[in-house]
Design a protein around this ligand. Structure first.
Ligand code: PMP
Ligand code: GLN
Length: 389
């Protein structure tokens, strides 16, 4: 009804989380941690509530949080960000992305994404009335296809939307890949909107490179991130976007009419958290061993996995299992997994345009999250093992 391409409908996460609740299956579908972020951050939010920070705050976010975001970007990436004018605090990365797309693209404009893409990117493009141009990642290893990106960018392109580390594939774009994207963006004079919510959740020797750090890119990049993943506080919905003042001003103008401002007492608490590099480092280390546990379990159960370099997620190909289990594709497999194995995942086709070549190519793949306690993952792996027999 809302978008002819189906981009604005019930999210796959709502469908699969409801399925898990109904069946009592272990929910490896929706990506949220089952252990909360640090107590001192929670205490800081309670202290802000008790101190009376319970009314609307400044339109661009609490000053100490904007300063903490600018410090974080400088400390980790050497980026110079002015907390007054170049940073906007938002209701999660979701709002930062939606407000950016609504501000910069409209009917007649094209917005390029890499497919599979995070579902809200497509929905926001549809809500903006812009034309979505998805560019498939390479088959097999799920990486950037620079030639395809170059071919997709044209005179009507307003935005290239990136996401690294990438949901759902776990791909972390390398500096060399990002240089190719940057060259295309500079030549075509388009803005890059980059979703970096998993910036600290990388494994092995993968390094997160913000595209804004590449030559000539800071002036044409809106960088989005969020405290949800970094500090295991996904329900707080404190995110942000930073970039050149004139672009951030446009995004702020839209944000006023989406939510006006974002949760006041959470902001000083996240400002404190952002000075803490140890919490995300420890999370990445523990996630990498939980990734290994789930990847080994999925392989033993008969899936073929592409080992992710970052995020909360692994993509597993259930192609070998489908015939034996009598499922037509990954979506049907996901609907039946609670009965078959007491586990829930999400089909990768949900991150693709309906009926696209990528959707067909990835039709047998399922995304599972490993941001669950180790005992929960062990239980899930044991249940999945039953599929192999
Ligand atoms: N972008 C990506 C790639 C995500 O995986 C998510 C969901 N966790 C979001 C954005 C939304 O983040 P938030 O909860 O901060 O709105
Ligand atoms: N980003 C999380 C995921 O990909 C969930 C967010 C949501 O439910 N919209 O699973």
């Amino acid at each position: 009804l809302l978008a002819p391409d189906g981009a604005v409908a019930q999210t796959i996460f709502a469908e699969m989380t409801a399925l898990a609740a109904r069946t009592g299956a272990i929910n490896l579908g929706q990506g949220f941690p089952d252990v909360d972020g640090p107590d001192y951050v929670k205490e800081a939010a309670k202290a802000a509530i008790d101190a009376g920070r319970n009314q609307y705050g400044p339109g661009d976010g609490a000053p100490e949080l904007r300063r903490a975001i600018a410090d974080h970007q400088h400390r980790h990436y050497g980026l110079d960000v002015d907390p007054d004018g170049e940073v906007l605090v938002t209701t999660g990365a979701t709002e930062a992305l939606a407000a950016s797309i609504l501000a910069l693209a409209g009917p007649g404009d094209e917005v390029v994404t890499l497919e599979p893409y995070y579902d809200s990117h497509a929905a926001s493009i549809a809500l903006a009335g812009a034309t979505h141009v998805p560019v498939p990642l390479t088959a097999g290893d799920l990486r950037l296809d620079a030639a395809a990106l170059r071919a997709a960018v044209g005179p009507r392109t307003r935005l290239i939307v990136l996401n690294t580390p990438h949901n759902p594939t776990g791909t972390v774009l390398t500096r060399a890949e990002l240089e190719q994207v940057a060259a295309i963006a500079r030549e075509a004079d388009v803005v890059v909107l980059t979703d970096e919510v998993y910036e600290h959740l990388t494994f092995d020797d993968a390094v997160h490179v913000p595209i804004a750090t590449l030559p000539g890119m800071a002036e044409r990049t809106l960088t989005v991130s969020s405290s949800g993943k970094t500090f295991s506080l996904t329900g707080w919905k404190i995110g942000w976007v930073h970039g050149p003042a004139e672009l951030v001003t446009a995004v702020r103008t839209v944000k006023q009419f989406l939510t006006y401002v974002s949760g006041t007492p959470f902001q000083p608490a996240i400002a404190r958290a952002l000075a803490d590099d140890e919490t995300p480092r420890a999370l990445a280390a523990s996630l990498s061993s939980r990734r290994d546990l789930l990847c080994e379990g999925l392989t033993a159960a008969g899936f073929d996995v592409v080992v992710p370099q970052g995020t909360y997620f692994v993509v597993a190909d259930g192609g070998h299992l489908l015939d034996r289990l009598g499922a037509a594709d990954g979506h049907e497999l996901c609907r039946r997994l609670p009965d078959l194995a007491g586990v829930v995942g999400v089909p990768v086709s949900a991150f693709c345009r309906a009926g696209s070549a990528t959707s067909e190519a990835l039709a047998t793949r399922v995304r599972f999250t490993f941001v669950k306690r180790e005992d929960v993952l062990r239980d899930a792996v044991e249940r999945l093992h039953g599929l192999a027999h």
